[in-house]
Every structure is written in structure tokens, then in C-alpha cells.
Design a protein around this ligand. Sequence first.
Ligand SMILES: Cc1cc2nc3c(=O)[nH]c(=O)nc-3n(C[C@H](O)[C@H](O)[C@H](O)COP(=O)(O)OP(=O)(O)OC[C@H]3O[C@@H](n4cnc5c(N)ncnc54)[C@H](O)[C@@H]3O)c2cc1C
Length: 401
Amino acid sequence: MEGKGRPAILKEECTGCGACVEACPIGAIRMHDGLAQIDESCNLCGGCRDVCPSGAIRFPEEDREKQPAVAEHHHVWVFAEVRQGKLASVVPELLGAGRRLADQLGESLHAVVVTAPREEIYQQLFGYGADAVWQVEHELVFEGDEMARAAALCQLIRRERPAVVLFGATAMGRSLAPRIATRLKTGLTADCTGLEIDPETRLLRQIRPAFGGNIMAEILTKYRRPQMATVRPRVMKAPRFRPDSSGPIHHFVPAELDGGLTLEELVLEEVETVNLEDADIIVSGGRGLGDPRNFALLEELARLLGAAVGASRAAVDSGWIPYPHQVGQTGKTVAPKVYIAVGISGAIQHLVGMQSSDVIVAINKNPDAPIFKVATYGIVGDLFEVVPALIRQLKKMRGVT
Ligand SMILES: Cc1cc2nc3c(=O)[nH]c(=O)nc-3n(C[C@H](O)[C@H](O)[C@H](O)COP(=O)(O)OP(=O)(O)OC[C@H]3O[C@@H](n4cnc5c(N)ncnc54)[C@H](O)[C@@H]3O)c2cc1C
């Protein structure tokens, strides 16, 4: 048997043919005494298993006996992040997605709270679809010690065995989810843009862009539980709030927790806030603007429409507008009522950040620009003619000179 986390070579099956040595892209396999040997640099890519003619390579996940009993895990859980006493905006969105998954599985939707108990938070969780709430009770956890929070959540998850746990891809979710997944030795898919249940296998299909957004990858956690995923704010739609909903609240007091952090003071950093995620209308500019000064044109249009100003990465990388305005895979995900893309080609990395907008208006001089494939209304033309014409028309309508 090879070391922990590495594939095992079944000695009685290995014929010493060396096909795996050839196939290993990182040179992690050598022949020793006529048998293949895999060293610790193995990244579990699976290339050796695919070429082994005698099926002598066994991957850790195939050692089913050692895995937690997958069938014993039930229900969908959502981490209910609370910031400064308020439910994070991503939580209703996760509850909406979680409700759909739980219904497909015929199971329940639970929310987990790690901040101090508050009745209005519970009401919101039930109102957005939770069937039950778990309240973790521990001073260190309430104080925001992330090590203690991760340890407490691991205890609860090990005891209750949820099948799926969803986190917001916020600073808190991005810090907690990997700590928990690592301790539980389970998979975690970051920044999912789609979550579905496979009707045949009942596995969670975790869908997200990969390879720079060139493909949509579908990731499955077949042998480990829970199946964990993070979802960025504004990617999923929040369900309608039902004020009269209620349900049970379970209190969980974790066994002794070692706080890994001593929190001396919590200082909220003042950062430039561009409220793109909450804007109903966004006017976004790209490289087509040609010059940073031309963003003034978009700002004027945005003022008249009561809109926020967004940008493509090309515009941000050129230093024309600061990063908080960037929309897309490595910027913000937005879903306004109206998104106006001006001089933006519509690269996949931009589209993943704005394609769930209700109405998309594209202004581009190239009729073949990919942005037109997602646009509700497309204007083929020079932005330096189209945008001033829009501004003139809006001013006329509003009686502004
Ligand atoms: C890992 C990775 C992550 C990325 N993340 C992001 C991200 O978060 N957000 C993002 O936006 N990009 C991202 N990108 C970059 C992305 O691939 C594109 O390069 C970028 O979106 C292009 O920006 P653009 O559309 O402004 O520029 P271009 O692709 O250069 O398009 C400019 C458009 O303007 C049009 N145009 C030019 N002049 C005029 C005019 N006078 N009138 C009208 N139209 C005109 C052109 O026809 C063209 O379609 C990422 C790339 C990678 C590899």
C-alpha cells in the first residue's frame, strides 16, 4: 500500500509493464523491484490509472470501506452569515438554491448560525425557506474566532451528517469553508455559478467556469460528505420572503474548543465602496472607450439613469477606472434590472459576471461581438455617436439642458 493520500499499487496485479511511468506527467512513478512505486509528489491526476492494463492502481477514493457512509448523509445546509447584526445578502440567495436542491432530494433545508442568537435573524431564515435552524452556542464562536467556528461547525457536521453544505463566497465564507472541508477531508467547489441534483445519482452537480472561463466544469464529490460549495453574491436569485414561516431552532453547544486566534480588536477597514451589486441599472465601459477620459461620457449617462458605473477588466487593467468597478469572473457578479455594456466585446470572463441581468443592452461597433449573443437589445454603432445621442434624448425627456 502506498502512503496516505496516494494511489496504492496492488502488488499481485502489477505486471511491471511501466505504462504508468510513461503516462505520469510529473514523473512521480518509478519502477522498483519490478513494481511501480508512486512518490508523494503525486497529484492524483489519474493518468496512471487510465493506462494501467491490469487495473493495479487503486486511488484513495476507491477505498470505499474508509469513506463515511454516503447514504447516511441527509439534508441541505446553508451557512447563515451575519455581519454587524444583519443577515448577509447572499444568504437568501443560498436558501433559494438550497430549497430547490432539498426539494429535488425530498429532504429538508437547514440554516446554521454562528453569531449570537437573534430572533429577527431566525425569522428571516424561515421566511426565505429554511425548514430548521441550527444555532451554535459558544463564546469563542460568537466573538468571531474563525478557528473556533470551523472546529464547532465540523463537530456539528460530523454529528448531524448533512449531504450538502453551501457557503457564500464572501470573505467569511471563503475563509471558513476551506478550513471545514480540509478537516472533514471532503471536496469544496468555489464560486459555483450553478447547482443541480443529478436525478439518477442524487449527487450535487457543482457547475463553475474553469480554465479562464473557457469551459463550464461540472464537479462531483462522489465519495466524500458533505458536498461543499461556495456561491458568489448575486449569482442565484433570492426567493420571495414569506413573513409567516417558522420552524424548529436546534441549539448546539460544541465540545471544548481551542480558539486559534486571539481577537484583540475588530477594525472595519474603510474601503472605496462602489455599490455595483445593489444597483438596479449599471452602465459598464470597456476598452472600446479608448481613453480614461471617455469614462466621463458613461458617468454622465449613468447620472441621468440613476445608474452605477461598471467596467471590463481591460478597462481596469489599463488603469482607466479602479478595480472595485470591475464586473466579471475576477471582479463583481451583478444582476441588475438593466446592464448597458458600452465598447465591451463580451468575453466569457465578463459574461459570467453579468449575464443574469434582467435586460442587457449592448453598444458595439462590431456586429459580430459576442456580447450581442447575450444582449436583449443590441445597438451596432460607434459609441461616441450612440452614447451622446442617448444623453441628449434623456436630457430632452427630463428637461435638463
Ligand atoms: C482568468 C481571467 C479572468 C478574467 N476576468 C475578467 C473579468 O472579471 N472581467 C472582464 O471584463 N474580463 C476578464 N478577463 C478578461 C477578458 O478575457 C477580456 O480580455 C476582457 O473582458 C476584454 O475587455 P473589453 O471587452 O473591454 O475589451 P476588448 O475585448 O478589447 O473589446 C473592446 C470592444 O469595444 C468595441 N469597440 C471599439 N471601439 C468602439 C467604438 N468606438 N464604439 C463601439 N464599440 C467599440 C470593439 O468592437 C470590441 O468589441 C479575464 C481573463 C482571464 C484570462
